[in-house]
Design a protein around this ligand. Structure first.
Ligand code: ADP
Length: 618
């Protein structure tokens, strides 16, 4: 009874025993019943039948006596003898089948009277022979008939005693049947009630631990981790309960460790976020403050407790900052471009004045998306670049001053050298001429550098003033190309202009764009050799003006292509001679960006380079 199987088997066994009791009882009662009916048919019926046969035999013997008296003696004697045998045969059968009380004495009585009867027939035979038919008849009437009646009466008694017994047997059988019915009903009822009560009792007992387990699981589901299932037995359910307890323990440990880890992680992340030295703001999709770090609190003089859940503008009244955060924030395009949950960042230098002091922040706005691509928030990190900006300004001012200071003496050197070379101030010999050419070449290089530096510092210090107007790009290209015709012819390089017909106007600073094209063509000339070609083209692409300066010159090594627009970057390759300042392309890029355009370089070493920029149409 330790296992559930054993318990269930016990209940089934008990039910089987009940069924067996009902079966055995029914069988026993039916047996008794059949037995009593059987006795009724076999014993009493046999006796009645024998009695009836004896009746018939003695009746026929009586007829034989009368026949004998009337004269047919031999036939009568034969008939008498035959029936005598028959009588005795049935008598013997009856004698062996005495079943009822008093039956034996009747049987003996029959026998003695019958024997007397047969003897009387012998006497009658003598009287018939000796005294005649009348005397014989008289003897028959007086002596034989009474004896015959006696035998018949005895036979009657025998018949009735057996008939009575038969009726009694029938009554008994009926009573037995009734009794059996009651007994079977009683036992069946007992078996049904007992079986039902037993199975109810045991089922309830066996199912209780299962119900308890279900309750425990419900509690577990609702979040309780302290609940434990009661181990009530050592059977399968008991094992299940203890296994469930183990599982709850493991779950609790797991949750504690996971929760702890998550909390630790969160605290650590919070600590990192809080300790970032630059202001950091986390906003929800409605631009409500979710989190601000210590640097942000300090810089803007706000408190996180107060700021949380408030709109950005309620706390920080900075329109430029908010415009940058909110524009291009969450829109379908960004979500699609963000490849699901990848963040989408933009950055811009924003200047903020606090207490009459100007601060510069490289503001990085990152839109954060959930796994399903739905926006969940915005992170605003404001890198303080004020010091860098100031240093940059100092540097730019310094370079501007130096360049400016260098420009005047350089102009005098170039002019003086030119005058001497033109022999305006006297003749010079060949050696002097060579020296002067060398001085002129270096002075030219130096003045290009100074000019580039001045241009760059002007652009970087945002002092560069752009005069945007509507201009024809083909005119700019033509005027720029004109300046290089002689130079290209000297170098035997073909300079080709390819402008689409009826090009639309562009909105640009004509002087600056001329400077850009000049620079690109001048570079192309520097890095091409005799027989190469330079192609300047202009066409409309995607509603923008695309201008390309393409050459078949030395090309740029792949690793340089990405950084070629950075300041002072020059290709240092054994074969390629360095001939410039490394500033030209940097200025070019700044000018194009100031126009809101884009520029890119495509180049293959020893095949040629192509520089193209895009500008807005008018
Ligand atoms: P630089 O005054 O040295 O020409 P740039 O900024 O104009 O300065 O160019 C930077 C470097 O890019 C050059 O030194 C040169 O190595 C490379 N470069 C520019 N244009 C070309 C070109 N058309 N073909 C090959 N190299 C080029």
């Amino acid at each position: 009874m330790k296992t559930l199987k054993g318990k269930l088997s016990f209940v089934y066994l008990t039910l089987v025993i009940f069924i067996a009791i009902v079966g055995v009882t029914s069988f026993y009662n039916l047996y008794i019943l059949s037995k009593s009916i059987d006795g009724l048919i076999t014993d009493n019926y046999k006796s009645i039948n024998a009695t009836f046969r004896m009746f018939e035999a003695i009746e026929r013997q009586d007829n034989a006596i009368l026949t004998y008296i009337s004269g047919d003696s031999q036939k009568a004697i034969d008939m008498f003898t035959q029936n005598n045998e028959l009588f005795l045969k049935w008598y013997n059968i009856e004698n062996n089948n005495v079943t009822e009380q008093g039956e034996q004495s009747i049987v003996l009585n029959i026998k003695s009277n019958y024997l007397e009867y047969t003897k009387l027939f012998s006497t009658l035979q003598e009287i018939r022979v000796t005294q005649g038919e009348d005397k014989a008849l008289s003897y028959y009437n007086k002596t034989i008939v009474p004896q015959f009646t006696k035998v018949k009466e005895a036979l009657f008694s025998l018949s009735s005693i057996n008939e009575d017994a038969m009726f009694n047997s029938k009554d008994r059988a009926t009573k037995n049947a009734e009794k059996s019915t009651y007994i079977i009903i009683a036992v069946t009822l007992f078996a049904i009630i007992g079986g039902f009560a037993l199975s109810r009792q045991f089922t309830a007992r066996f199912l209780k631990p299962v119900t308890d387990l279900t309750e425990t699981m419900k509690e577990l589901k609702s979040g309780s981790r302290t609940i434990r299932a009661e181990v009530q037995s050592k059977d399968e359910i008991g094992i299940l309960a203890s296994e469930l307890n183990n599982l709850i323990g493991t779950l609790q440990q797991y949750e504690q460790s996971t929760l702890g880890r998550i909390l630790n992680e969160k605290n650590r992340t919070m600590a990192i976020v809080k300790s970032i030295s630059d202001p950091l703001i986390v906003l929800d999709t409605n631009f409500r403050m979710v989190l601000i770090n210590n640097a942000c609190e300090k810089f803007f003089g706000i408190k996180e407790e107060r700021a949380t859940n408030r709109h950005f503008l309620e706390e920080l009244r900075n329109g430029e900052l908010f415009d940058f955060i909110s524009t291009g924030g969450f829109n379908r395009e960004n979500v699609d471009n963000s490849k699901g949950s990848e963040p989408h960042s933009r950055e811009k230098i924003i200047s903020i004045t606090v207490n009459n002091e100007e601060w510069h922040f490289n503001t990085i706005v990152t839109a954060v998306y959930g796994d399903n691509g739905i926006p969940i928030g915005i992170i605003v990190l404001m890198q303080n670049v004020t010091q860098l900006k100031n240093l940059e300004k100092v540097r730019t001012d310094f370079i501007a001053t130096i360049s400016h200071e260098l420009k005047t003496p350089l102009t005098s050197i170039v002019m003086g050298t030119d005058m001497m070379l033109n022999e305006n101030i006297g003749t010079i010999n060949i050696e002097q001429q060579d020296v002067l050419y060398a001085i002129k070449e270096d002075s030219d290089r130096l003045s290009t550098l100074v000019n580039d530096l001045l241009e760059l510092t002007k652009i970087e210090s945002e002092k560069a003033i752009y005069k945007f107007e509507n201009c024809h790009i083909e005119k700019i290209i033509d005027s720029s190309a004109k300046q290089f015709i002689q130079q290209s012819q000297r170098k035997e390089i073909s300079l080709i202009i390819e402008c689409e017909n009826h090009l639309p106007l562009i909105r640009a600073d004509q002087e600056k764009i001329t400077w850009v094209i000049n620079n690109l063509v001048s570079n192309a000339l520097k890095y091409t050799n005799a027989g190469d070609e330079i192609r300047i083209s202009a066409s409309v692409l995607n509603n923008k003006m695309k201008v390309t300066v393409k050459d078949t010159g030395a090309g740029i090594p792949e690793e340089y292509i990405d950084k070629i627009f950075n300041k002072f970057v020059q290709v240092k390759d054994g074969d390629i001679e360095v001939r410039g300042t490394g500033l030209g392309l940097s200025v070019v890029k700044d000018i194009i960006l100031a126009h809101g355009g884009t520029i890119k370089c495509e180049s293959t070493l020893d095949v040629g380079s192509s520089f193209s920029f895009m500008l807005d149409l008018y």
